[in-house]
Design a protein around this ligand. Structure first.
Ligand code: ADP
Length: 249
C-alpha cells in the first residue's frame, strides 16, 4: 500500500440546481504532503470538503481516502479522515476533556485508549493544563487547537482543514499553520488545507487553485509562479482567477 494516495479525488462534480459548484475537479494528496486548496469565496472549497467528509454525495466522480472508496466503503474511508470545519463545533459549556471524550465515544474509541490519546494530543498542543477548563474560557486560537486535537484522536491518515484560521489573530494563525505542517511531516499524514489567503499557501508542498468550481492550476508554488510568469504566488493567483487585486484581502 506504499503508493496509495492519502486522498484521491477524480473528476468530481457537484451541482446545486443549475449552479455547478464543482465541475470535474481532480486532485491527490500523498502521505506526508501538505496541499493548499486555494480559492476565493464561492470557489467550491466547502462543497469539496462536504463531499470529502461524507456529508453529501458527489453527482459524479470518485473520492478515495487511503485507498478506500468513499461511496462503496464509507466507513473505512471516514475512519482515516480527520476534519476541522470552518464553523466552530465545540460545546462551549463542556470542558476541553469532556468535548474530546464525547467525540472519542461517538467514534467508538474504547475509553481505556481514548484517555491516553486525549492527554497525548493536548500535551503536544501545549493545552494539557487546560483540560479541565470550560471551552468557553479558551481563546479562539486554543479552541481551534482543541478541534484539531479532536480531529487527530483516531490517528487519521488524512487531515482536512477548512479555512481553519478564519477569525484568528495573526499569531494564532501562524502557530496553527506551523503546527499542522510539522504534524504532516512527523506523522506522514496527508493534509488538505483550504484557504482564500495566498500567504497560507505560499510554503505548501503543492497548491491547487480552485475558482468557480474549476481547478485552474496545481503544482508547487514555484511551478505555478513559473507557469504564470509571475514573481509572487499572489500575482499568479490574481492572474489565474482574474480577481481585482483591490477586492482581494
Ligand atoms: P467556498 O467554500 O470556496 O467559499 P462553496 O463551496 O461554499 O465555496 O460554494 C461554491 C458555490 O456553490 C458558490 O457559488 C455557492 O454560492 C454555491 N453553494 C454552496 N452551497 C450551496 C447550497 N447549499 N445551495 C446552493 N448553492 C450553494
Amino acid at each position: 500500500m506504499e503508493d496509495t494516495a492519502a486522498l484521491d479525488v477524480r473528476e468530481v462534480v457537484k451541482n446545486y440546481g443549475p449552479r455547478k459548484a464543482l465541475d470535474g475537479v481532480s486532485l491527490a494528496v500523498q502521505p506526508g504532503e501538505f496541499v493548499a486548496l486555494l480559492g476565493p469565496n464561492g470557489a467550491g472549497k466547502s462543497t469539496l470538503f462536504q463531499l470529502l467528509s461524507g456529508l453529501f454525495s458527489a453527482d459524479a466522480g470518485e473520492i478515495a481516502v487511503a485507498g478506500h472508496d468513499m461511496s462503496r466503503s464509507p466507513i473505512p474511508a471516514l475512519s482515516q479522515l480527520g476534519v476541522v470545519f470552518q464553523q466552530a463545533t465545540l460545546d462551549l459549556d463542556l470542558t476541553v476533556r469532556a468535548n474530546l471524550r464525547f467525540h472519542a465515544r461517538l467514534h467508538g474509541m474504547a475509553s481505556s485508549t481514548s484517555g491516553a490519546r486525549i492527554d497525548e494530543e493536548l500535551q503536544r498542543l501545549g493545552l494539557a493544563e487546560r483540560a479541565a477548563d470550560g471551552c468557553r474560557t479558551l481563546s479562539g486560537g486554543n479552541r481551534r487547537k482543541v478541534e484539531l486535537a479532536r480531529a487527530l484522536l483516531h490517528s487519521p491518515r488524512v487531515l482536512l482543514m477548512d479555512e481553519a484560521t478564519v477569525g484568528l489573530d495573526p499569531e494564532s494563525r501562524h502557530s496553527l499553520l506551523a503546527y499542522v505542517r510539522e504534524l504532516c511531516r512527523k506523522r506522514d499524514m496527508g493534509v488538505l488545507w483550504a484557504t482564500h489567503l495566498v500567504d497560507e499557501a505560499a510554503d505548501a508542498d503543492r497548491v491547487c487553485v480552485l475558482h468557480q468550481g474549476h481547478l485552474l492550476a496545481a503544482g508547487t508554488p514555484e511551478s505555478i509562479k513559473r507557469q504564470q510568469g509571475c514573481e509572487s504566488l499572489l500575482e499568479a493567483f490574481l492572474g489565474l482567477t482574474g480577481i481585482d487585486p483591490a477586492e482581494h484581502d
